[in-house]
Design a protein around this ligand. Structure first.
Ligand SMILES: NC(=O)C1=CN([C@@H]2O[C@H](COP(=O)(O)OP(=O)(O)OC[C@H]3O[C@@H](n4cnc5c(N)ncnc54)[C@H](O)[C@@H]3O)[C@@H](O)[C@H]2O)C=CC1
Length: 489
């Protein structure tokens, strides 16, 4: 792979603690370029002493950071955003080599989304405050305080975006953070740490440690930690939530999904097909909010499947993700590819009808063909479990009531969508879907200005939007007695 120069993404150190790079003292953590299987960087996990050092640095730095005026904290975040935008091309290349996502995608959706979050929360930092409450003669006021040291733990599909979506509101509120990226994609959180330093962030306010689940668990269990924000799967979320509860720590849980898209007979066919494509094959299907159960009203089914197949087969350009003409990349790892292929086999065995795809691609790297199954029923494994790959299930429905009931018949509740020309039905269905984000005639648009998160098993709390700061701060009430103190005796 000509472009994949192994040395070009090797960071100065595996960890970033107290304002500087440090070599990891723990187990080896090779970074594999998913398009070739080649090792492109050699990192190492943090050992126990280094996890401790990162937390100690965060504790040490947090109070002085919190004591700065919000406008100064915000300025650092906005400077960091400017640096990210200026280096978008290089950061996107690193993200592509780490995740395998096409450069065409990372250039517009990864560092840029991180910069959006830093600008948005950088702007909010100066506006944080409490209320004044008049109580007759007495009065009270509230102070918005940071929580202290927050831990962020990331998944591998949007490494830089996740690091920024968590650290931007945390830092805006005056917290410090120790962030652990996914062991599969450790690189861009380090780049973010370096950029924060360049933007003037005091040492110790943002630290990065690497490692597998045990390192995450060590962070979550540490008594110095006030809050844990995880992006990951439901099984990991359960463990992390339970561990955080021991210390009564605040949590945000951004977990998995099996989201529905309802396409009604009156929908614009091309828009509905576009929505289903955006909700299933972007990032080769490795998106938590994907609409992997596409319910199509029976009158539109044949036309929908025909257009979907034609557009996929004509439009997919698989290849080296570093080539900007390529719009379809590999799975993040061989293990993930095997999981996805296992689900395809189950789909076939349980009687779903393969419309297109269904195989590993005949090339180096971890590619799986974009796959569509029709005649899927609610009880099939592929309709119930999160696959986290490019596998769309198409199911048929007749009435609105039936469509909504079946769409909601899942333990997940991350996202959902409705495609219809009927304005009132659009809003009615959006209101009825049990999920954190519902789209009407659109899919997977998640700008930082709007809250994002899940209901049911898909999560707790929301990232982004005007109230995300509530997840990284707490209110102190100060009651002010203005007169004589009365006592009963
Ligand atoms: N709702 C959302 O915003 C998003 C959710 N996801 C979900 O993430 C999953 C895919 O990502 P994966 O990295 O495979 O998830 P995962 O659950 O395997 O790992 C997530 C992170 O948790 C860490 N971890 C694992 N065990 C831990 C423990 N006991 N204590 C603390 N940390 C631990 C891992 O090292 C990793 O950094 C999917 O289920 C996907 O839906 C992905 C992106 C966005």
């Amino acid at each position: 792979m000509a472009n994949a120069d192994p040395k070009s993404v090797q960071p100065e150190g595996s960890l970033f603690i107290n304002g500087g790079f440090v070599a990891g003292a723990g187990a080896a953590l090779p970074v594999i370029y998913p398009a070739t299987g080649q090792v492109v960087a050699e990192l190492a996990e943090a050992d126990g002493g280094q996890v401790d050092a990162a937390l100690a640095a965060a504790v040490e730095a947090q109070k002085a950071w919190a004591a700065l005026p919000g406008v100064e904290r915000g300025r650092v975040l906005r400077r960091a955003a400017d640096i990210i935008r200026a280096r978008n091309a290089e950061l996107s290349r690193i993200e592509t080599m780490d995740t395998g996502k096409p450069l065409q995608e990372t250039l517009v959706a990864d560092p840029t989304s991180a910069a959006d979050a830093l600008e948005y929360f950088g702007g909010q930092a100066a506006m944080l405050g409490g209320d004044h409450i008049q109580l007759g003669r007495d009065w009270a006021y509230t102070i918005r305080e940071p929580l202290g040291v927050c831990v962020g733990i990331g998944a591998w599909n949007y490494p830089m975006q996740i690091a920024a979506w968590k650290s931007a509101p945390a830092l805006a509120c005056g917290n410090a953070m120790v962030f652990k990226p996914s062991e599969t994609t450790p690189l861009t959180a380090l780049a973010l740490a370096e950029i924060y330093r360049e933007a003037g962030l005091p040492d110790g306010v943002f630290n990065v440690v690497q490692g597998r689940g045990e390192v995450g668990a060590a962070l979550v269990n540490d008594p110095r930690v006030a809050k844990v924000s995880l992006t990951g799967s439901v099984p990991t979320g359960r463990k992390v939530y339970a561990a955080a509860a021991e210390g009564m720590r605040h949590v945000t849980m951004e977990l998995g999904g099996k989201s529905p898209i309802l396409v009604f007979d009156d929908a614009d066919l091309e828009d509905a097909v576009s929505g289903a494509i955006n909700g299933n094959f972007y990032a080769s299907g490795q998106v938590c909010s994907n609409g992997t159960r596409v319910f199509v009203q029976s009158g539109l089914m044949d036309a929908f499947l025909e257009r979907l197949k034609a557009r996929l087969e004509a439009g997919i350009v698989a290849g080296d993700p570093l080539d900007e003409a390529v719009n379809y990349g590999p799975m993040v790892s061989n293990a993930q590819r095997q999981i996805v292929l296992g689900y395809v086999e189950k789909g076939l065995a349980e009687g779903a009808r393969l419309i297109t795809g269904g195989k590993a691609m005949d090339r180096e790297g971890f590619y799986v063909e974009p796959t569509v199954f029709a005649d899927v029923t609610d009880d099939m494994t592929i309709a119930r479990e999160e696959i986290f790959g490019p596998v769309m299930s198409v199911l048929s429905f007749e009435t609105e009531e039936e469509g909504i009931a079946r769409a909601n018949a899942t333990e997940f509740g991350l996202s959902g969508a409705v495609f219809t020309a009927d304005l009132t039905r659009g809003h009615r269905v959006a209101a009825a879907l049990e999920c954190g984000s519902a789209w009407i005639n659109a899919y997977n648009l998640t700008p930082v200005e709007v809250p994002f998160g899940g209901s049911k098993m898909s999560g707790v709390g929301r990232e982004n939007g005007p109230r995300a700061i509530e997840n990284f701060s707490q209110l102190k009430t100060v009651y002010v007695g203005m007169g004589p103190v009365e006592a009963a005796y």
